[in-house]
Design a protein around this ligand. Sequence first.
Ligand code: PBG
Length: 332
Amino acid sequence: MSVISLRRLRRNPQIRSLVAETRLRAEDLILPYFVIDWKDRREPISSMLGIYRFSADNLLKELDEVKALGIKAVLLFGIPDKKDNAASESYSDNGVVQKAIRRIRKEIKGIVIITDVCMCSYTLHGHCGVIKKSKLHAGTRDFYIDNDGTLKILAKIAVSHATAGADFVAPSAMMDGQVSAIRDAMDKKGFSDTGILAYSAKFASNFYGLFRNALDSAPQFGDRKSYQMDFRNSKEALREIEQDINEGADIVMVKPALAYLDIIYRAKEKFNIPIAAYNVSGEYSMIKKLTSGDKAKERELVLEALTSMKRAGADLIITYFAKEVGKWLGRR
Ligand code: PBG
């Protein structure tokens, strides 16, 4: 008997496409945007080549283009003009994100609006929660993040986003009980249709640094390791995800993506819920640096990286490359 040929299925591009097991589609993608106040602003982010902060009017123009590329969803991050340690801009009706949501809702049809729910870009200290001075923890640290105090603020942020018209809120502070606190608060206010995309397995990662430049949200002291996950753990990630599902999450997320494909895979095997992967700022910049402006190379690398996330089991991918990918996929 002759050797079985696996190469027969690789003979030409048409045959390869015919038998491809994994397909990346524009509608799998969620595009993150950094929103700032006022009008006519479009500020390049120096640490993330090709990424900008937009004022709401310019964001609307962007979204027309995004829609035309077949992308269905955006994830909004707010950068307030003024920060304070109560994060008061984060839940204000006049906050940057709330205003942007209302404008998108009014002027653009057919875009799913997802909003990041966290305190870090709204506080002076840059932590994702409320800081308390610690006596109990004296000797180890002189401060701690107050879990339940933070839940109250996260719930207020989520309700204000839902009120403005968000389709999904995405809590990213990694506080215990954040999904149920938000679910309860939104239900009580009559927003039972607003969904929750939970940052469930969010690791304390070194791949976030550039994003923190973009949002000016780096912690001014300490680190995030008492709330974000330890990168040595995967069983714990499954516990986090399970807990968020039990608390009422509609979609769960693994973040970052590329160095955490094993977590995506295990989550997909274990749970019957849509899984999102966050292709974070450091992953974005690695590819940008590696390809230094060569668009053909960038295309091949990005498609490989994002397809690997889908192959691992991600249903949705949050990526700064979404617009580019939309263009590339459209041309195939
Ligand atoms: C804030 C938040 C971070 C990211 C998304 N939401 C940064 C952090 O936790 O420090 C990172 C996104 C990226 O790197 O692209 N809670």
